[in-house]
Design a protein around this ligand. Structure first.
Ligand code: TXA
Ligand code: MG
Length: 353
């Protein structure tokens, strides 16, 4: 069944007017679905306290309903009714990094329905800094459950056009606030236990978390393929996410060796008549020829790579790339988040050279 999707262009996202958001806020209060920009990726929002609304999110995304949603709030006071306790580490991290690209997992209060948490007794909460997101949540007057606004299995949307591609006819409204700033989903930290655990790396890096609260553990699901029978703590981590339609392989090693290996692989693919693409950087773009070449950013500024990665993966889908080779990145700071997404997109296929 198709529904009419209203598209609203926000004139000046940094100084959004309440008037531009009133209809969207009403749709959320009425149990409908609104896609909106955040500083990380576009979200698909519904009333987090309304189980039926949460169900609609799963339908629109084609997403398994055991995958819990993040509840978005606009100020600290909105956290208290959602949780039974705010552990010390959670309070510290909130004061330092909220509003911003950090999601924290707390023990949930009875106010949060299991339909929102995928049956878990914990709830993930985030306070976005994006002015459109923040004001929309405040005007809705309810916490807003929002996964990334993509169809399940596709890269998260970083522009309203990406959302339109995936969600037109499936949701009530799309708010276009321009391209997002960061381009990768928020960092997720579980603060419900004795030691905080990083469940998903993002722009609030492990280094930044440790700087604030000392010891932070890392969920093994971040580093590699989910081990047989091992349940990742963020249920979403078990699905093949961020997947382009083409077969993506990462090539890891010293820069010159990587370039020559990719050049050879591209030639082989082209010789077999396949549509081959390469994801490279400013530093190496002049060294490739043949196939579709996409530069994802510069190694001197990791944030450029984070910002462009999902858009590049989508573009390669649109171009019908069948085989994709990508350079790899260092796994420190924001690079940890970039490599986490790339590894998942590649189904952990890596060639060492
Ligand atoms: O940046 C973001 O976080 C974006 C924007 C829209 O805010 N949202 C987002 O949502 O990325 P989503 O649904 O695509 O990813 C949420 C992740 C999933 O991997 C899910 O399993 C995990 O958060 N999660 C949610 N609630 C959880 C909980 N109670 N315990 C552990 N993991 C949880
Ligand atoms: Mg997602």
């Amino acid at each position: 069944m198709s529904i009419q999707t209203k598209y609203i262009q926000i004139a000046t996202p940094a100084a959004v007017q309440d008037q531009e958001l009133l209809e969207a806020a009403q749709i959320i209060r009425d149990g409908g679905l609104v896609a909106f920009p955040t500083e990380t990726v576009y979200g698909l929002g519904a009333n987090a306290l309304d189980e039926k609304a949460a169900k609609k999110i799963y339908e629109a995304k084609g997403r398994p309903s055991d995958n819990p949603l993040i509840a978005h709030i606009s100020c600290y006071e909105e956290l208290e009714p959602l949780v039974t306790k705010i552990p010390q580490a959670g309070g510290k991290l909130a004061r330092r990094y909220w509003p911003g690209p950090l999601t924290m997992v707390f023990p949930k209060s009875p106010a949060v329905p299991y339909g929102t948490t995928g049956g878990l007794d914990t709830v993930a909460v985030r306070m976005p800094s994006d002015p459109v997101a923040s004001r929309l949540i405040a005007l809705a007057g309810v916490p807003v459950a929002a996964p990334s606004a993509n169809l399940s299995g596709r890269p998260s949307p970083t522009t309203a056009r990406h959302v339109w591609q995936d969600m037109n006819g499936r949701i009530n409204m799309i708010l276009d606030g321009g391209p997002v700033g960061i381009g990768l989903e928020s960092t997720i930290v579980d603060v419900s236990g004795p030691v905080p655990v990083l469940l998903r790396p993002g722009a609030i890096t492990l280094e930044m978390l440790r700087d604030t609260v000392g010891k932070v553990d890392v969920d093994p699901a971040i580093q590699g393929p989910p081990a047989e029978g091992l349940r990742p703590k963020a249920p979403g981590m078990k699905y093949r996410h961020y997947a382009p339609r083409g077969e993506l392989t990462l090539v890891e090693g010293e820069s010159r060796a990587v370039v020559s290996a990719i050049r050879r692989l591209v030639e082989e693919g082209l010789a077999e008549g396949r549509k081959v693409a390469v994801i490279c950087t400013e530093e190496t773009r002049d060294q490739y020829s043949g196939g579709i070449l996409r530069c994802v950013g510069t190694r001197t500024r990791q944030e450029t790579i984070a910002h462009n990665l999902f858009a590049v993966l989508r573009e390669l889908d649109d171009l019908g790339a069948e085989i994709i080779y990508s350079e790899s990145f260092s796994q420190d700071h924001l690079g940890r988040a970039v490599m986490n997404r790339l590894m998942k997109a590649a189904g952990y296929r890596v060639i060492q050279v």
